[in-house]
Design a protein around this ligand. Structure first.
Ligand code: NAG
Ligand code: NAG
Length: 541
């Protein structure tokens, strides 16, 4: 464990329930299970709030039957937010319970990143591992894969997955929206590993997509069509083995779904000549494939230790607009103020579509069935909630930003974050800046910005001082800001300014703030054999 920081804690700070982790916010004692519970966290990639059928029953889509059932047997959280609007920062905040301005991760790592989540950060799996849990991860890590930064060195006993996004490399049989690896091998024998998109000796020189087990590459380039089966069988095996040993476990499944490239099974009506489904059906087919994987994990858990396992499904950020028909649906959260000025309003933005994610919590006998809760919550809350349920105290040498959602889950309490900040994760710089503040139903923008929309339009970044304020209760599409002269505006503006100043001061005086190294070097890329084109593990026969 990292030591050496001076404990510097202030009463009533932003860690909320964390320090009082066995006591509810209202002082009532939380009843604990006699045995340590198991935790399964399923994090979908680039999923939209509207992709969960249960969030929009009026659409009558039938793409997520297993998740709908899980919601009917559990709790659907309707105002739950990813901690950031892009991959690495969101995952770092989930695993540390801290904003990117504290944990150091404010933008994405690359294939050739030499580092990752700063080693000074303490992770959720590490704390549970130290408390006797078996900790396993399947899927997309994206917090640095090189040496000490890989998942098995950050608290996981076992890892199987693609260590970053599944579009950060090529495959031989690409899914939708991914370049194909060249069929040639490198007969010239010299290093072909080059990270820019250039052609080398007739070969596309991008690094092949690796599948990693623990810290070894087991397949490169990975066959995307087999990934779902790999993940499903690993998850099932992990659940069964942990129960056979009688050891509580954390299983963190960071799905490749719904990030491009999509590689769904072929539907019966796929065109006979191309053997590819019609474009419009690809996303829905992938969604059903993902839902099936979630269903298989739930079945394995239900068959082993049903009453003692919390399954928490959520997303890492909203849909990737610019991928058009391969992007998900943000539902009603369409960010009209922005889209009417050009540009996308989902992933990489702090409009609702960027971070409001479909979320379901399931724990038979503990979480009341068929309930919804609109408490303001975040992926950062996974850290304090799981530690609280496992009765583990996190290190007191640092400050945290998550709230303990135990009483929201088990007792229907309604109070989440007083203030929730959405960091800038866009392409326009100022990474990590807390540009948007949510309090109750209001949301204040100090900076607005857009991502690339389908078709290529990009909006410009704009500063707002005083901030733009929307009331999401009346205006979930974020279309018309409150008039700056209204008493409502003045009250909210004052409140968010106070909340923001308090947080910025708290971070400025936090001695446990980490900084990430975003340096790159070609030798850091996962590579089976640098003498083979795209680093493939075997010469093509
Ligand atoms: C992965 O690591 C775990 C823990 O060290 C070990 O038990 C397991 O055998 C390893 N698996 C592989 C395939 O190397
Ligand atoms: C769940 O709640 C909905 C809405 O209140 C209701 O229509 C449905 O029948 C309930 N399902 C079950 C299994 O109780």
């Amino acid at each position: 464990m990292v030591a050496g920081f001076t404990p510097f804690l202030l009463p009533g700070m932003l860690m909320c329930g964390l320090l009082l982790h066995t006591v509810s916010r209202h002082g009532a004692s939380v009843k604990k299970p006699s045995e340590k519970p198991n935790f399964i966290i399923i994090l979908a990639d680039d999923i939209g709030w509207g992709d969960l059928d249960a969030n929009q029953p009026e659409e009558k889509a039938n793409n997520t039957p297993h998740l709908n059932l899980m919601a009917e047997q559990g709790l659907r959280l309707t105002d739950f937010h990813s901690p950031a609007s892009t991959c690495s920062p969101s995952r770092a905040a989930i695993l540390t319970g801290r904003y990117g301005l504290r944990n150091g991760v404010t933008r994405n790592f690359a294939v050739s990143s030499v580092a990752g989540l700063p080693l000074s950060e303490v992770t959720l799996p590490r704390l549970l591992q130290e408390a006797g849990y078996y900790t396993a991860m399947i899927g997309k890590w994206h917090l640095g894969h090189n040496g000490p930064y890989g998942p098995t060195n950050r608290g996981f006993d076992y890892y199987l997955g693609v260590p970053y996004s599944n579009d950060m490399g090529c495959t031989d049989i690409p899914g939708y929206n991914l370049p194909q690896c060249p069929p040639c091998d490198s007969s010239s024998g010299h290093q072909v590993i080059r990270l820019e998109r250039s052609v080398h000796g007739g070969c596309y020189s991008k690094v092949g997509l690796p599948l990693v087990e623990n810290s070894s590459i087991v397949e490169q380039p990975l066959d995307l069509r087999t990934l779902t089966e790999h993940y499903k069988s690993a998850a099932t095996r992990i659940i069964h083995n942990a129960r056979e040993r009688g050891q509580p476990y954390l299983l963190y499944i960071a799905l490749a779904h719904m990030h491009v490239p999509l590689a769904p099974p072929l539907p019966p009506d796929a065109s006979a000549t191309t053997r590819r489904p019609g474009d419009a059906k690809v996303y829905a087919a992938s969604l059903r494939e993902m839902d099936g994987l979630v269903g298989a994990v739930k079945s394995a858990s239900d068959a082993t230790d049903k009453d003692n396992t919390l399954i928490w499904f959520t997303g890492d950020n909203g849909p990737w607009d610019k991928k058009c028909q391969y992007a998900g649906s943000a539902g009603p959260f369409v960010g009209k103020w922005q889209t009417s000025r050009g540009g996308g309003s989902a992933k990489q933005t702090t409009w609702e579509g960027g971070h409001r994610v479909p979320t379901v919590a399931y724990w038979p006998g503990r979480i009341p069935a068929n309930t919804t809760n609109s408490a303001l919550l975040s992926g950062m809350d996974i850290f304090p909630t799981l530690l609280s349920l496992a009765e583990v105290t996190p290190p007191l040498d640092r400050r945290y930003d998550g709230v303990d959602a135990t009483n929201i889950f088990l007792h229907g309490e309604q109070t989440g974050h007083e203030f929730l900040f959405h960091p800038n994760s866009g392409a326009a710089g100022n990474f990590g800046d807390l540009q948007t503040v949510r309090t109750e139903t209001h949301k204040a923008f100090y900076i607005t910005g857009a991502a690339e929309a389908c078709g290529g339009a990009t909006g410009r970044q704009q500063l707002h001082e005083p901030p733009l304020i929307f009331d999401l209760e009346r205006d979930e599409a974020e279309e018309t800001p409150l008039g700056a002269e209204t008493p409502e505006y003045r009250a909210i503006a004052e409140r968010v300014a106070r909340g923001r100043e308090k947080l910025l001061w708290d971070i400025a005086t936090d001695t446990s703030v980490s900084a990430a190294d975003y340096g790159t070097d070609a030798s850091a890329a996962p590579c089976c054999d640098p003498t083979q084109a795209v680093c493939r593990c075997h010469t093509l026969g």
